[in-house]
Design a protein. Sequence first.
Length: 209
Amino acid sequence: MAEGIINISDDDGVFLVKLARETIERFVRTGKIGSPPLDVSSRLKEKKGVFVTINKLIHGSKHLRGCIGYPLPHFPLVEATMRSAVEATRDPRFPPLREDELDSIVVEVTVLSVPELLKVKNPKDYVEKVKVGRDGLLVARGPFRGLLLPQVPVEWNWDAETFLCECCMKAGLPPDAWLDRDTEVYVFRGVIFEEEEPRGKIVRKELSD
């Protein structure tokens, strides 16, 4: 398993969440994206996959408001974070984020390792190979793609089999498509940073399996 994301420090994570928050607020208020900052650490200039998640706090509970990103390292991390932040405000599953919601959202950034293909003799072995609390999943078959971040099965209390089924459905495939030998299953890891409250303290999010 690739460990390329281990060099993301807590300071880098705090910077990325603040950058995502600033990008979200600027775009929602003005429609402008802005330019990626240049005076950043070399780690943040490396090309990496990243997802930005927007959760809305309603009566103290988090509700997904948008989550968009890049599974593969196509852009420098600062640029990918800004692009993801903008797209998360207009996640097609939800209405576009409004200015009057900015005070009630919390922002989360997940930096990804490169997805790696899981190789098994029998697809049933995926259940033993996938570790909830460590792995994110990417399922692919033909034109269909579905991705779920490592924190998702933990938040929903899924086991590995449910995680696989849900990722297949995210791809628009039947829930048991992971048992088909034509379906490819990739795993990746993530380092997660999030606001504890809107514009509040930013912490590294630890997952538990």
